[in-house]
Design a protein around this ligand. Structure first.
Ligand SMILES: [Zn+2]
Length: 154
């Protein structure tokens, strides 16, 4: 797939600007980091959290309202799903030549109400999009694709 980062590349990430100020998000950090850290084992990229203002590949943001993120295209149904909590996360996908960083957005309803496991799964899924992976057409985990090349390239 166009834009996927090949094995061996280090994908850096940090927390971007969120619009949730009243909620303590510290409980969300361990499952979030665990979800991201699954990816080196899945497809061979390196993943590094960066906290010193260096430019990064992926920004992770907690958002209560998509409309408050000016980089999200206006889409009424997406916004309604976001506010109702049925949309758990939304992630930019890498495009060759595009300016980094990508954004991984998480709905505050998800952060507040979901279990460790569920949040880990959501973050893992969304970070997969940031790496350039699309939805599988079958209910088959990517790690069960037939060959390593297929897993990395598609
Ligand atoms: Zn998805």
């Amino acid at each position: 797939m166009a834009g996927s980062w090949p094995p061996g590349v280090t994908v850096t990430w940090t927390f971007g600007v969120s619009n949730i100020l009243a909620q303590d998000l510290s409980a969300a950090v361990p499952p979030l980091e665990a979800g991201i850290m699954t990816w080196p084992a899945v497809c061979g990229v390196e993943v590094e959290r960066v906290d010193d203002n260096r430019p990064v590949c992926v920004l992770v943001c907690f958002l209560s309202d998509l409309a408050e993120d000016p980089t999200v295209p206006p889409d009424q149904s997406a916004r309604a799903n976001w506010l109702s909590g049925t949309e758990a996360g939304l992630t930019d996908e890498p495009i060759d030549g595009a300016t980094l960083p990508l954004k991984l957005r998480l709905n505050e309803n998800v952060i507040g109400g979901w279990t460790y496991e569920k949040l880990l799964q959501v973050v893992m899924h969304e970070f997969g999009h940031a790496l350039g992976f699309d939805h599988s057409p079958k209910r088959t985990p990517s790690c069960m694709e037939a060959t390593l090349d297929q897993r990395v390239a598609s």
